[in-house]
Design a protein around this ligand. Structure first.
Ligand code: PEP
Length: 256
């Protein structure tokens, strides 16, 4: 890998899987073994919170970053069931998925997401900010949806901190689907995401911002999406807990 080349990022979102720690440790060890052999790819694993602490405190964690799947925006206090960005930072977490469509579906608004993004950034953690349209229409209204999600979710962010944000463009209709979005369209959408960021934070900052794609990725389509879609990496759901598939996906991406 050339010195000035950015590493590709693969984020594994385990969602609410697996149901036992033993299985989680098995998956994690296999991924770690593969991750330690990659040269141009950085792996971020976002397991359920119960396992986050276990993995984040493990001394052998080095080739993998540990991320959380959610966070609350307040630092501490009477917020039953919530976890703050300071708590995550204190156990060694350096990435947090914010605004996943499954959480938006549970009622999370752009206003809440913007507070989470800010809380995470202030703690020196990278928010992996998920945005994406639910459906595409012939009039291109989905572009307005995306633009407003980005603008509102980053409303509290400053030029100084925007470089820490990792954007994850995930068309909701492709999540859990059989096929991903066509790589040529992914490229257009990644340009659009950067254009909105450029309007808000300037061209230079937009060019530095990492843009990932998520939705129905696997070892067969991953390298095409990176190559032709011109994204900086992938946010992987289902395939991230399927060890053989995920290991192949990591190798395929590393070979791009
Ligand atoms: C996701 O939930 O963010 C996702 C991309 O899921 P999948 O890869 O399973 O489509």
């Amino acid at each position: 890998m050339k010195k000035d080349m950015k590493k590709k990022i693969i984020v594994g979102n385990w969602k609410m899987n697996p149901i036992a720690l033993k299985e989680a440790m098995k998956i994690f060890s296999s991924v770690r073994r593969t991750a330690s052999k990659l040269s141009s790819t950085h792996v971020v694993i976002c397991p359920p919170l119960l396992y986050v602490q276990k993995f984040a405190s493990s001394r052998a964690v080095s080739p993998i970053s540990i991320g959380a799947q959610n966070v609350f925006f307040e630092e501490q206090g009477h917020f039953t069931g919530e976890i703050s960005s300071s708590m995550l930072k204190n156990i060694g977490v350096n990435h947090v998925i914010v605004g996943h469509s499954e959480r938006r579906e549970m009622g999370e608004t752009d206003e809440i997401i913007s507070k989470k993004v800010q809380a995470v950034l202030e703690m020196g953690i990278h928010p992996i900010l998920c945005v994406g349209e639910k459906e595409r229409d012939v009039h291109g209204l989905y572009l307005d949806v995306l633009k407003s999600q980005i603008k509102n979710s980053l409303a509290k962010t400053t030029k100084k901190l925007i470089g820490q944000v990792i954007m994850a463009y995930e068309p909701v209709w492709a999540i859990g689907a059989k096929e991903p979005m066509d790589p040529a369209i992914i490229q257009e959408m990644a340009i659009f995401v950067r254009k909105v960021i450029s309007d808000m934070f300037g061209h230079e900052n937009a060019m530095k911002t990492l843009v990932l794609y998520g939705g129905a990725t696997n070892f067969r389509n991953a390298s095409d999406i990176i190559n032709l879609g011109k994204v900086d990496g992938l946010l992987v759901g289902r395939e991230s807990v399927n060890v053989p598939g995920f290991v192949e996906l990591l190798k395929a991406v590393d070979a791009v």
